[in-house]
Design a binder for this molecule. Sequence first.
Ligand SMILES: [Zn+2]
Ligand SMILES: [Zn+2]
Length: 406
Amino acid sequence: MCRSSETPLDRVMSGLQDLPGWLAEQPADQLGDIIIKGREIIDRTEAMAAEATRRFEKARGYQADGFLGMVPWLRVKGKLSGGAAAERVEVAHQLKELPRTEEALARGEIGYQHAVTMARTAEHLGATQVRKAEATLLKAAETMDPGQFVGVARNFEHQVDAQAALTEANRAHERRYLRIGQPLDGLVRIDGLLDAEGGAIVRTALEPLAKPAKGDMRTADQRLADALVGRCRAGTGAGHPDGAGPRPQLIIKGSLDTLAGIDGAPAGELEWGGTLPAETVRRLACDSAVTRITGLGELEREITHAGRSIPPATRRAMVARDHHCVFPGCDRPASWCDGHHLVHWADGGPTKLDNLGLLCRTHHRKVHEEGWKLRREKEGRWVAAPTQHTVARGFRSTRGVRPARA
Ligand SMILES: [Zn+2]
Ligand SMILES: [Zn+2]
């Protein structure tokens, strides 16, 4: 190929093509520099893309591909989410008014996320205000990570226009909402927006509950989801160290057959709509502090309420003995745990210390719905193992609590 017909973009592309082979030969101690260079290439390319986006949009180049606007074109052709595409276009517009910022990005002195913050600030205050302090802001951006720089930019906004910053915060606050959908395919969609303060409060409350346990196979998102449920479930008993305080009760409509686990029994019905498999009803009924089962008919007469609810004194004795979730490797505190009946009360198991053990929700679920077998050995050691039935159904065993025979 004739060298003169090669564009700079061709050279970048052929460089990228050579990268994997070259990278494989690099020693580990060089990789930090390589990652930094890689980030710089991405950021500097964003500056080039911003300028190109402006000119392409002005010329309505997207129309040739059948698109009505720059954002949808960028979403499809640039493989970006709607939000990311809209951000690129907005940043491109703002950087037109902030040429020093665009140059700093093109030279790799600041990162793309710094430029986004500069663009947002210009959006809030007007580019003229930002240009007056552009040099100072860029200097801060060069020495700070983007998260810290957002703080500097917010501060600057506040100095320039305290009222505008307050209006902006109030506008953001007005957009807050939380939606809890109807159960669909066994799942409930929850989505929402909180203002920064609300978000911080929720995060602070959930993070400590979302830490991975030993051998935890849950994803970070799954752990956060579990933390939300756990936090809500703890209810007013959250401050109670042994979890014996009042907790919100789920009201479930169930039948005797469902609780007894008889084939062909109807599913449990939740008060808010949605059905529960029999084994889930059995788990929830396992600790009556978290559930009230209605519609049992005969069962109400056969098993007295006193027989299946764990009396406070028994719960305290169980907490004193177990301290935390008894599933091997788990140390979630008692306040997050249910009292599990080793032999279910619906099957005639007594609500006595010998037949009870503390289980966190994740592990209580494992024992019921995922079919793990939990038992307490004579010397008080707890052993958990997947049953044949569990393995046959293809449930994954949890790392770190492998049964002896595996
Ligand atoms: Zn149980
Ligand atoms: Zn546990």
